[in-house]
Design a protein around this ligand. Structure first.
Ligand SMILES: [Ca+2]
Ligand SMILES: [Ca+2]
Length: 344
C-alpha cells in the first residue's frame, strides 16, 4: 500500500472517531492547564471538541484586518479573526478563538476562497438563533476544536476549511458588560530582574492573567516613537519594570497622539511565545493587548462611549468639520467584511 493511501485511511479513521465524540463542557482553567514547560496538559487525551462559556472581550476587527484576500504570497494569512472570552466567577482563565483565511499558504492545507471566508466570518459574528451581532461584554457559549499555539490553547478550525471543523458561538446573554479589569502590578508579572514570571500552576504571574482583562496603573510609555496601530510600545513603572503593549488596529490608535506622563493601561494579557517553529519556549512572550484608544489622555483604553453626541463628529473633538469629513472621505465606500452584506 502506498504511504499516501495509508495516511489517508488513518486520517479518515481519526476523523470519523473524532466525529463520533460529543463535545465536552470544560472550564477555562481546565482547558488552559499547562505542564512545567508551559505546553498544554489538556491536549493529551482531551476530547475532540469542547464547550466553553465566557464574556467576549474584544471586537475582532480591531485586532486583525478581516478583509478577504485569497491572492497572497505564501505564509500570508489574508483575513484573520480572533476574539478572547474570559471565564467568570472562580473560573480564573480565558481563551482565544482564532480563524484565518489562507491556511493553505502553509503546506498541506487549503485556503478559503474569498466568498467562503466572508460566509465564515459572517457566521461567527452572528448568533445563529437571533442573528444578533456579538460585541464585547456579551456572554457566549463556544463549541469547537482546538490547537496549542505559542503558549496557549486556542479554539480554532485546526487549519481545515471543511464544515466539520467549524467552531460555533451562541449567545447566552447579551450586554452583560465587560469584566472589571483586575488591577495588576508589574511586579506580579515580572521579577526584580525584569524577567517574566511563569507559574506552571497558573496561580500567579503572567499565566494567571492570560487572556483576561487587567489594568496596570501608574506607568509611562518609554518609546512613544513606536506609537502606531499594529505596533508594540513599552510601558515602565517607577521601579523600572517594563512590559510590552501590543497595539491593535483600532482607528483611535491612528487618530490620537501617544499618551504622555504617568498613565494607566487597560488591556488583555496575552501570550505569544517566541521562536520559530512555534512552541519552543512556552514560558515567555507575554504582552498586553490594547486594541483601540479613545484619546482620553489618562488611561490607554477605549471605553466605547464618548461625550458630545454630534452625529458626524468622527474624531470626537465636539465639532463637525473638515477633519471629520477628511476621515470619512478616506474611507468612502469601504465596507467591513463579516459585518456588512452578510446574508444571515
Ligand atoms: Ca500560557
Ligand atoms: Ca470633529
Amino acid at each position: 500500500m502506498k504511504t499516501t493511501n495509508l495516511i489517508l485511511i488513518v486520517s479518515l479513521w481519526i476523523t470519523s472517531a473524532a466525529l463520533a465524540a460529543e463535545p465536552v463542557p470544560v472550564t477555562h482553567e481546565q482547558f488552559q492547564a499547562v505542564q512545567a514547560d508551559g505546553t498544554s496538559s489538556f491536549v493529551q487525551g482531551g476530547p475532540a471538541r469542547v464547550i466553553l462559556q465566557g464574556i467576549v472581550l474584544n471586537s475582532p476587527e480591531r485586532w486583525f484586518d478581516p478583509t478577504a484576500n485569497d491572492t497572497l504570497a505564501p505564509w500570508q494569512m489574508g483575513g484573520q479573526w480572533e476574539i478572547y472570552i474570559q471565564g467568570e466567577a472562580d473560573d480564573h482563565a480565558g481563551t482565544a478563538l482564532w480563524m484565518g483565511q489562507n491556511y493553505g499558504n502553509g503546506p498541506g492545507y487549503e485556503n478559503y476562497p474569498n466568498q467562503q471566508w466572508l460566509d465564515e466570518i459572517c457566521r461567527v459574528n452572528h448568533d445563529p438563533n437571533t442573528a444578533y451581532i456579538f460585541s464585547p461584554g456579551d456572554r457566549v457559549r463556544v463549541t469547537g476544536r482546538y490547537l496549542f499555539y505559542k503558549g496557549k490553547l486556542n479554539i480554532n478550525e485546526n487549519h481545515e476549511v471543511g464544515d466539520d471543523f467549524d467552531f460555533k458561538i451562541e449567545l447566552v446573554e447579551p450586554a452583560v458588560g465587560l469584566p472589571q479589569p483586575k488591577i495588576v502590578e508589574l511586579s506580579e508579572l515580572k521579577d526584580v530582574d525584569d524577567n517574566e514570571i511563569f507559574d506552571p500552576n497558573r496561580l500567579t504571574g503572567c499565566e494567571y492573567y492570560q487572556s483576561r482583562r487587567i489594568r496596570i496603573k501608574d506607568v509611562s510609555i518609554i518609546d512613544p516613537e513606536n506609537w502606531a496601530p499594529d505596533n508594540t510600545i513599552t510601558i515602565q513603572d517607577s521601579d523600572g519594570l517594563t512590559f510590552p503593549v501590543r497595539l491593535g488596529v483600532g482607528a483611535g490608535l491612528g487618530r490620537y497622539d501617544c499618551p504622555t506622563g504617568r498613565i494607566d493601561v487597560i488591556g488583555i494579557l496575552d501570550q505569544s511565545a517566541p521562536g520559530y517553529p512555534p512552541n519552543i519556549d512556552n514560558t515567555k512572550g507575554y504582552r498586553l493587548l490594547v486594541l483601540d484608544y479613545d484619546g482620553n489622555g489618562l488611561v490607554l483604553t477605549n471605553r466605547g462611549h464618548k461625550r458630545g453626541n454630534l452625529p458626524g463628529d468622527i474624531n470626537g473633538d465636539f465639532k463637525v468639520d473638515l477633519e471629520d469629513l477628511a476621515e470619512m472621505a478616506a474611507n468612502w465606500l469601504q465596507s467591513r467584511d463579516g459585518l456588512w452584506g452578510c446574508s444571515n
